[in-house]
Design a protein around this ligand. Structure first.
Ligand SMILES: [Cu+2]
Length: 174
């Protein structure tokens, strides 16, 4: 039996096991039983068969000494999105638009409005004609206050601030 290729393959295997343990999960060397180490050694010396050696690897995997992470596709999750009520939003003559003015999000997204202006504002959902509807309606938001609403259904949602009704924003849910 030619020993060299076998020794080399053991080295490669040990090396790949350490790569696995480094890159996938930490495997504690102290949790590798003595008989496993001996089996690896004896396999290198041609004393134990390849089958026994592979059984030993199987033992290490089954006993979570070698931890293989299963590849799991990330599940798309609803994201949180912010709409900033910027400084100067109250000023009818200024830019100060909601940022973004039309927020586009997937269904299930929680939207947070943040009042970055120096005066209070509120968020009132309105219908196509500009009439307030009870869908998402915030109390007055002081500077730094936040208001959240989760959009579960597709559609184009309009809102305004009842204190400054010239400020109209959109949330488009697809
Ligand atoms: Cu306002």
């Amino acid at each position: 039996m030619n020993r060299l290729p076998k020794v080399a393959s053991v080295l490669i295997l040990v090396f790949s096991i350490s790569i696995v343990s480094l890159s996938i999960n930490f495997a504690n060397a102290e949790s590798v039983p003595e008989w496993v180490k001996n089996t690896a050694l004896w396999y290198g010396e041609g004393i134990v068969s390849e089958g026994e050696f592979l059984n030993m690897i199987k033992f290490l995997i089954e006993n979570k000494v070698i931890v293989l992470d299963s590849i799991v596709e990330p599940i798309p999750q609803a994201v949180n999105s912010q709409i900033i009520i910027p400084n100067g939003n109250f000023d009818v003559t200024g830019a100060g638009f909601y940022s973004p003015l039309n927020l586009e999000i997937p269904a299930g997204t929680t939207v947070t409005w943040v009042n970055d202006d120096s005066v209070p504002h509120n968020i009132q959902s309105i219908d196509a004609k500009g009439k307030v509807i009870q869908l998402f309606n915030s109390p007055p938001l002081n500077t730094g206050d936040r208001f959240e609403f989760t959009f579960d259904d597709e559609g184009v949602y309009k809102y305004y601030c009842s204190f400054h009704p010239w400020r109209v924003g959109l949330v488009t849910v697809s």
